[in-house]
Design a protein around this ligand. Structure first.
Ligand SMILES: N[C@@H](CCC(=O)N[C@@H](CS)C(=O)NCC(=O)O)C(=O)O
Length: 280
């Protein structure tokens, strides 16, 4: 790849040597690359995931449901190592044809129900247990609005800013400028909302907070992409206050450890099959 201005050819061709942190897993085609079945544990919910922000959203919700007394929310969390291409097995593709974590199989239904896309998994579980999603009216609309905001906005943070700032083979001013501006705009959207409200929709803690926190809280608390200073994330004081309040929740502290394979050793729980796993 060259730093020179690029003139696109008439027909795009896949450059397998394109570089970048995820070059070995990126492909322009969908579908499985190999045969492998997914493991199945004893609980009703089988989660196939990795402890990235998208994965954490779901494990935080599971841990919050269990903490709120929903014993039927027990789950097995299996590790899918996306850097090793495990999202392209026949078993995983059968649960998520989009080959991305997280993916859920609810075996309490006959036949089992598959759910993919983290936002859809949050809504499915919140509806199933009648928790963390207002049942009707303006509060439900507000919660779903912020949830869909996260799903739509965050690719500019992750695939846009994070990719060009942290993972691309060369640092390029144009895309970094473009996506830094958008991420700072998004942080300001959150900051203005959280200046008026304790949680994203008001006094109630919901799946909207659980979806937004791992990403935007991660920028502040975990220095995601090593970009805290570059983006001046600590200047968004209302987001900082909200991020710290959520980080203090015991269920969040458990959920963020599940399926994690990076960061401090004592924060990694590669698989989760019972509450006792956190005590090891
Ligand atoms: N919109 C999806 C995004 C999921 C996603 O991007 N997952 C990443 C990890 S955070 C992944 O599995 N990447 C593997 C790949 O692209 O092959 C969701 O919210 O569930």
């Amino acid at each position: 790849m060259s730093d020179q201005p690029y003139t696109p050819p008439r027909v795009w061709q896949w450059q397998q040597t394109d570089g970048g942190r995820f070059a070995n897993i990126n492909r322009p085609i969908a579908g499985p690359t190999h045969e492998a079945e997914l493991p199945v544990g004893k609980h009703p919910h089988q989660l196939y995931s990795l402890g990235t922000p998208n994965g954490q959203k779901v494990t935080i919700l599971f841990e919050e449901l269990l903490a709120a007394g929903h014993a039927d929310a027990e789950y097995d969390a299996w590790l899918i190592n996306i850097l090793e291409g495990q999202q392209f097995s026949t078993g995983f593709v059968a649960v998520n044809p989009n080959s991305k974590i997280p993916a859920l199989l609810d075996r309490s239904t006959t036949p089992p129900t598959r759910v993919f896309e983290s936002g859809a998994i949050l809504v499915y579980l919140a509806e199933k247990f009648g928790a963390f999603l207002p049942k009707a009216g303006a509060a439900r609309a507000e919660c779903l609005s912020w949830l869909f905001w996260q799903v739509g906005a965050t690719p500019y943070l992750g695939g846009g800013f994070g990719h060009f700032y942290a993972y691309a083979p060369t640092k390029q001013e144009y895309p970094i400028n473009r996506f830094a501006m958008e991420v700072k705009r998004q942080l300001d959207v959150l900051d203005r909302n959280l200046a008026e409200r304790r949680y994203m929709i008001g006094d109630e803690y919901t799946i909207a907070d659980m979806a937004i926190w791992p990403w935007y809280g991660g920028l502040i608390l975990e220095n995601l992409y090593d970009a805290a200073e570059f983006l001046q994330v600590h200047s968004y004081t209302h987001v900082v206050r909200w991020a710290n309040e959520i980080a203090a929740r015991p269920a969040v502290q458990r959920g963020r450890r599940v399926n994690r394979i990076t960061g401090p050793e004592d924060q990694q729980l590669r698989e989760r099959h019972s509450p006792e796993d956190f005590e090891r």
